[in-house]
Design a protein around this ligand. Structure first.
Ligand code: ZN
Length: 351
């Protein structure tokens, strides 16, 4: 069953589409440089693939973009945002596609579709995920919670996670606790959770892209950027850890791809001026947040805003969202529909 909110949004989006509103809005937000965020891709909708956008829907999204926008590489989008011009020579507003985290499905499903259409995108990868399969910790935490009814935390403590509200509450609590923790301690905590709850195979289902795949994608015109070493929330960790996350991932990714690593996406989308300054002085050319926005009027290239695409978005809602007609509301952590689990059987998408 689809939630009332999802249904209402679909009806509104269809009406707007019929009235030509996305097209008008697209043209009147002059100078806007839109940067879209995707994460994972799948085939069809399956509970154990929650968080994965069906590749058939991704094709519909790309159709929407090709009709109304000029899909440009991130480098070009940034240059346009700095010029304040926005519009490409084609007369269509520019949009750039980004994909976070570095899962294998990015290569297997999204990359062939982009290449077939001659489109480019930027893939922000977590360096340790590619190097040694260390799954980005929020994805691992989400998978652990989704696999269980009850979470054994050790020392006699446990948490019930038998429905989506409990999953959301437990996920948020553990996310907040872990985001300020040093990477090694966080890893030990998650290892302990998996061991106590007998979940050794959970991680094996979360596979990264390989170096060979990244090189092939880079050679085909895709940009490979950094999403740090361990998916650390840079505004939350200690300054020494922060510096290592920014610099070591830059070097590791350059080594993997044989090309300079020029862009960074802040894990959990969070950044502040201090973090942005550190990224700038580390030799990156720009960085993207997860703050919602259309990048109007020469924005700070190290605090670029993006539009996050929920993993079940239909073409009509997507068209309204990319135009800027659908804005998120409330706190960042609960303003996206993914967090409200509005698709049948879907555990919470983000913390
Ligand atoms: Zn991420």
């Amino acid at each position: 069953m689809i939630s009332g909110r999802t249904l209402l949004k679909e009806m509104a989006a269809q009406t707007w589409e019929g009235l030509g509103m996305p097209g008008r809005y697209r043209r009147c937000a002059k100078g806007a440089v839109r940067i879209l965020t995707y994460h994972r891709f799948g085939m069809g909708f399956r509970r154990d693939f929650a968080g994965c956008l069906d590749i058939a829907r991704f094709r519909e999204h790309l159709d929407v973009l090709e009709r109304g926008y000029a899909v440009v590489p991130l480098e070009a989008a940034i240059a346009l945002s700095q010029s304040g011009r926005g519009l490409e020579a084609s007369g269509k507003p520019p949009v750039s596609i980004t994909v976070d985290d570095g899962f294998e499905d990015n290569y297997e499903l999204a990359f062939p579709e982009l290449r077939r259409r001659g489109l480019s995108a930027t893939f922000f990868v977590v360096a340790r995920f590619i190097e040694c399969g260390e799954v980005p910790w929020p994805s691992r935490l989400r998978a652990i919670i989704a696999a269980l009814e009850k979470l054994d935390l050790g020392k006699g403590q446990s948490l019930s996670v038998s429905n989506s509200e409990e999953e959301q509450a437990a996920g948020t609590m553990l996310f907040e606790r872990l985001k300020a923790t040093d990477p090694e301690d966080r890893l030990a905590f998650l290892d302990g959770l998996e061991r106590r709850n007998d979940l050794a195979e959970v991680r094996s289902r979360l596979r990264p892209m390989t170096r060979v795949q990244l090189r092939e994608m880079a050679a085909a015109g895709m940009e490979i950027g950094s999403h740090t070493m361990h998916h650390s929330v840079l505004s939350a960790v200690r300054p020494e850890i922060r510096g290592a996350e920014i610099v070591n991932s830059r070097d590791a990714i350059a080594k993997m791809t044989g090309r300079r690593c020029r862009f960074l996406a802040y894990p959990d989308g969070k950044a502040n001026r201090e973090v942005a300054a550190m990224v700038r002085t580390s030799g990156y050319e720009a960085a993207v947040t997860q703050e919602w926005g259309l990048n109007l009027g020469s924005p700070d290239p190290f605090l670029l805003q993006r539009i996050e695409v929920p993993y079940y978005e239909t073409a009509a809602v997507y068209s309204a969202r990319v135009a800027g007609l659908l804005r998120p509301w409330g706190r960042r952590s609960d303003r996206e529909e993914g967090a409200a689990s509005s698709e049948p059987g879907a555990p919470a998408a983000r913390w």
